[in-house]
Ligand binder design. Structure first.
Ligand SMILES: Cc1ncc(COP(=O)(O)O)c(C=O)c1O
Length: 355
């Protein structure tokens, strides 16, 4: 039988980077350091405690978790200004479900996070992409002209950007908030990795009522497997998301795990400093080898340019190093791993490119 798929889903492949079993996996911007044994035991205890009341639905308002996340973010945020879901993926889909929809448009600027067009499609929202400059910065006048032409109800701005690592200046974000008739989402999935002096868009929340700043525990907190994403915005925006969330969308187990993570934030985030240093060293080394590398405020970097990037990607994989073939043609993206993983990457890349 031919399935009654929506027309826009026909012939489409399911999204996903290859999940291959390789010695050195540097392809999905994970944190290479697992939680410590002590944190693992606390998580296990919290899950055991939550299990005793799994016959009941969880707190659908995420009361304790939202208070904890507000505390973690600081910037005088109240719990009503925070919302959470299963990964920032789900947070973003909820934003499009609430503020997008038929006859409306979401805008971003390429290269941008590859999932955004899928969220837009799934929420039956039009999708328009402007461009970034050759150095992956965003030209404000171009961005304003796209916004002026398409009047989006959602603007998606990853900062630091995936796949380029580029962070946006706050005056750019402020100008886009002013000009946008809808909400402006600054996706700070990699926010904790930004270099010293790079500000967070959280600073703009008091002056920009249509701003949403999203974060995740998947990267800096090293909890990609727990699936916990969150956002900070006005109480009205958070309230609107309660209209589209599924009933009890965030399980009691997830909430318990996230609360333990917040209680141990300092320890879980302790490796962020090491990863930033490793990132800066990776950027310098790649440049010293003659590659072009985008400035990065994230836990990965985009480098090139290759005439045949696929053969470089394959050559690395043949040597047990999996990176990501993504971004503009000719570029590759490598996530920052442990010191020894990055050493393996350097050896493999030198062999493959003869640099
Ligand atoms: C820019 C950006 N936003 C959001 C996400 C989604 O992260 P998660 O759903 O794990 O919170 C990612 C994941 O790689 C990302 O790169």
């Amino acid at each position: 039988m031919e399935l009654p798929l929506r027309a826009e889903l026909r012939g489409v492949k399911a999204y996903g980077a290859p999940q291959l079993d390789v010695p050195v996996a540097l392809n999905v911007n994970e944190n290479p350091y697992p939680p410590s044994e002590a944190v693992a035991l606390e998580v296990a205890a919290a899950v055991a405690a939550a299990t005793r009341s799994l016959n009941r639905y969880p707190d659908r308002e995420l009361t304790e978790l939202r208070a904890g996340l507000a505390d973690y973010l600081g910037h005088a945020l109240a719990p009503e200004q925070v919302w959470a879901a299963n990964g920032s993926n789900e947070v973003m889909l909820q934003i499009l479900q609430a503020f997008g929809g038929p006859g409306r448009v979401a805008v971003s600027f390429a290269p941008t996070y590859s999932m955004y067009p899928e969220y837009a499609r799934d929420a039956a929202t039009g999708w328009v992409v402007g461009h970034r400059e050759a150095d992956f910065s965003l030209d404000v006048s171009h961005a304003l002209s796209v916004i002026d032409e398409h009047r989006p109800t959602v603007v998606l701005l990853p900062s630091p950007n995936n796949p380029t690592g580029t962070a946006l200046p706050l005056d750019t974000v402020a100008a886009l908030c002013q000009a946008t008739p809808g909400v402006v989402v600054v996706d700070e999935a990699y926010g904790e990795f930004r270099r010293a002096g790079t500000p967070t868009a959280l600073e703009l929340l008091p002056s920009a009522p249509n701003l949403v700043v999203t974060r995740t525990m998947s990267k800096a907190f090293a909890l990609a497997g727990a699936r916990l994403g969150y956002l900070a915005a006005s109480p009205e925006i958070c309230d609107a998301l309660r209209l589209v969330r599924l009933p009890y969308h965030l399980s009691a187990v997830t909430q318990a795990v996230a609360l333990v993570a917040l209680a141990h934030a300092k320890e879980l985030l302790a490796r962020v400093e090491d990863l930033r240093a490793e990132r800066d060293e990776t950027v310098s080394w790649l440049r010293s080898q003659g590659f072009t590398v985008a400035d990065s405020d994230a836990n990965f970097c985009l480098f090139g340019e290759f005439e045949d990037r696929h053969s470089v990607w394959q050559g690395l994989l043949d040597r047990g190093v999996l990176i990501r073939e993504t971004g503009p043609e000719g570029w590759l993206r490598v996530s920052i791993g442990t010191r020894s993983e990055m050493a393996a990457f350097r050896v493999a890349l030198t062999e493959v490119t003869g640099s």
